[in-house]
Design a protein around this ligand. Sequence first.
Ligand SMILES: Cc1cc2nc3c(=O)[nH]c(=O)nc-3n(C[C@H](O)[C@H](O)[C@H](O)COP(=O)(O)OP(=O)(O)OC[C@H]3O[C@@H](n4cnc5c(N)ncnc54)[C@H](O)[C@@H]3O)c2cc1C
Length: 399
Amino acid sequence: MERHYDLVVVGTGVTSAVATRCREAGWSVAVIDSRPFGGTCALRGCVPKKILVSAAEAVHATRDMGQIGVSASTTAIDWPGLMTFKRSLVDPTPARTEESWAKLGVEQFLNLDRLPSRVVFVGGGYVAFEFAHVAAHAGARVTVVHRGARPLEAFDPDLVALLVKRSRELGIALEVGAEVAAIDAAPDGLVVRARQAGVERRFETDMAVHSAGRVPELDDLDLAAAGVQREKRGVSVNEFLQSVTNPAVYAGGDAAASGPPLTPKASHDAEVLTTNLLEGNRRRVNYEGIASAVFSLPPLASAGLTEEAARARNLRFRTTWQDTSGWFNTRRVGETTSGFKVLVAEDTDRVLGAHLLGPHADEVINIFAVAIRLGIPAAELKDVLFAYPTYGSDVRFML
Ligand SMILES: Cc1cc2nc3c(=O)[nH]c(=O)nc-3n(C[C@H](O)[C@H](O)[C@H](O)COP(=O)(O)OP(=O)(O)OC[C@H]3O[C@@H](n4cnc5c(N)ncnc54)[C@H](O)[C@@H]3O)c2cc1C
C-alpha cells in the first residue's frame, strides 16, 4: 500500500518533536522507528544512564564523607535492585508510546541483570568514563582502553588530567595509546588484545563494552538512491538543516552532520526544523554555548569554546584556570578533586568558554551556558548576588 504524507519522520528521538508540531499545524505526518518508540536519550542513553549515575553518586558521596566523620561502612549498590528501579522509570516510555514494540529492548550495559566482576571499556570518551565510574562504584574491576594519547579529547586537557588522576585513585585502570586489535574468547571470559607502544597487551575480562564513539544509523536508508549526500557523522546539511543535495530531505539531531551529537542539540534542531518546514528556510542553527557534561565522579562539564578552539579562531582572550581542590565547597563534601578554566574575550569581556570539574559541575556549568548564549559580560556575571554558600556562588571567583 502506498500513501502520501506531507512529512515522514524517520526516528522517534528528541528530534522527532518536529512531527508533533507539523501535525498540529495540519500536516499529514507519518513517524517510523525500527526500535521501541522513544529514541536513544530516553531509552538507551541519558535517562537510564543518569539513574545509574545517581546510585554511584550516593556511594561516592558516602565514601568521601567517610573521611570527614560520616559512617560509610554499609553503602553499596544492589545491582539487580537498581536495574528494577531503572526499568520502572524507563520502560513505561515505549509502553506508553507504542506498546507492541515494548518487548524489543536492546541489550547493552544499561540492561545488565548482573554486573560482571571485570569490565573493559574500549574507547575513552564520555560514555566510557561515565559507565566506568558507575561500574567501579558498584564493585567491578574496570579498565578503559583508549587509542589516543589522552581520553575525553573534546574536553579541557588540564581538567581531564585531574579527572584521570582521580579515576585512577578510584581504582579505574586507564590505558592510553592502546589500539584494540581483537577481542577473543578465553576459558573464563574474554581477552581484549591491544597494541601499546609497539607491545601487545592482553586485558582479561568478563565483559567488553564498545564505547569508541557513535555513528548515526544511516546505512540501511539507501540515501544515495534519493541523491542525499552524507558523511560518516551524518547527512550533509546546510545551516537550515536541509540536505545539500536533495531539498525534500531535512536532517536533525544525531543524523545531521552538524554540531555535537547531544540531546540539547537535537532539541534545538527540532525547533529549527519546525520553523523551516512550516515557514520556509528562515531559521539557522546556532549551537553557541551548548553545555555538556561527563557524569563521572566528580563530574566534568563544559560550555562554549576550549582554549584550542578559541586560538583556532584567532580570538584574543584571557584564561583563568585553577586547581580548586582546596576550596571550601570541595572539601566540605570530602571530595579531593576540582578545578575550573574560564576564557573571557579581551575586547568584549564576553565569556567565550567555561570548563569545570568538581561537585555539581554539571549544574553550575548552566550558569556559564546562559552567560555565553546571551552574551552577558564577565563583569556583569561577577556582579550577580548568588545564594551563599552554594556551588553557584563560586562562579564569581572564576572570572
Ligand atoms: C549511552 C548514551 C548516553 C548518552 N548520554 C547523553 C547525555 O548525558 N547528554 C546528552 O546530551 N546526550 C547524551 N547522549 C546522546 C543523546 O542520546 C543523543 O544525542 C540524542 O538522543 C539524539 O537524538 P535524536 O533524536 O537525534 O536521535 P535518537 O534519539 O537516536 O533517535 C533516532 C531513532 O531513529 C531510529 N532509526 C534509526 N534508523 C532507522 C531506520 N532506518 N528506520 C527506522 N528508524 C530508524 C532509531 O531506532 C532511534 O529510535 C547519550 C547517548 C548514549 C548512547
